[in-house]
Design a protein around this ligand. Structure first.
Ligand SMILES: [Cu+2]
Length: 301
């Protein structure tokens, strides 16, 4: 007598399937099994997407921001990253609960009855009223703390630069460094309004020392401009008749491009300047050279 292997149960020609008029029996265990099978594949796919997207890990964690070059910029970046981490955590909980409800709490075809209602459930209503208040409170606390730090002005900054915006260039004056006999009184770097012949080497130059407190006094002679050096992670307006201030401590040497970031007229987009962050020794040498040159020429460079 030969034994035949037992075939898996399948719906054959003699299986009539669901009886008309009678709904099929729900099988929640099948959905769970499918989820167990798909979850590792989805995780692997997400990992692969993150790994092959071409971002270095550092750029990815900055979420689109450039690398900061000041202490204040680092604080702003940390706040940005913290806010994203909080948003992702809240998102993960909300998406998790949504998917869980979609998979495991669908209306049962077997019963046909509406799912269990949770209206007037006081603990749940308290929860979703109080939790957002706590979240807003935490975000508010960190924002206020960091804003106070970024806005702080020292009583005696190491370098003060008077930044004057005008249509369509900049003037930088170093008020700790006088130039005897000069009409501008201090070491002054003057920009010329842009023309089609202006090259990037002719942009006005702002030189500041690294690891020193540098204060900017912002004034405008005509309309509203805004002073923006992208990796400072910060910008502030220059408003006629309303002097503004801010302070930074640069943390890295390098050359960058500064912008006007308030639409101020025809050549607004050309209102650029060069920023050089140098070591304190290089800064002292540069400023001494400027003092000599500007005293000799009787004015700004
Ligand atoms: Cu402008």
């Amino acid at each position: 007598m030969s034994s035949t292997p037992s075939a898996p149960p399948s719906r054959g020609a003699h299986d009539p399937g669901p009886v008309p008029g009678q709904p099929p029996v729900a099988q929640p265990s099948r959905a769970r099994a499918r989820l167990r099978r798909l979850a590792p594949r989805a995780a692997l796919l997400a990992l692969l997407a993150a790994g092959t997207s071409g971002c270095t890990s550092n750029a990815f964690t900055r979420m689109g921001w450039p690398e900061p070059i000041t202490q204040q910029g680092k604080v702003a970046l940390t706040l940005w990253q913290g806010s994203w981490a909080a948003a992702w955590a809240v998102g993960a909980v909300v998406w998790g609960l949504t998917i869980w409800a979609i998979i495991f709490h669908r209306k049962s075809r077997a019963s046909g009855a509406p799912p269990q209602q949770v209206r007037y459930n006081l603990p749940i209503e308290m929860l979703y009223t109080v939790v957002p208040f706590i979240m807003v409170g935490i975000l508010f606390f960190f924002t206020a703390r960091d804003e106070n730090y970024i806005d702080k002005l020292s009583a005696h900054p190491d370098v003060t630069v008077i930044v004057t915006g005008f249509q369509w260039s900049w003037q930088f004056q170093y008020k700790n460094y006088p130039v005897p006999g000069s009409p501008t009184r201090y070491v002054t770097m003057n920009g010329e309004p842009w023309t089609p012949q202006t090259g990037s080497s002719q942009l006005p130059l702002l030189v500041i020392p690294e690891h020193k407190t540098v204060r900017f006094d912002l004034v405008s002679t005509d309309v509203v401009h805004a002073f923006w050096i992208v990796p400072f992670e910060f910008k502030r307006d220059l408003i006629p008749g309303h002097p503004n201030h801010f302070e930074v401590t640069p943390t890295r040497t390098g050359t960058y491009i500064g912008h006007c970031t308030e639409l101020c007229g025809l050549y607004h987009s050309r209102m650029l300047f060069r920023v050089k962050i140098v070591t304190p020794a290089q800064f002292s040498q540069w400023i001494r050279t400027q003092q000599v040159l500007q005293a000799r020429s009787g004015g700004a460079q």
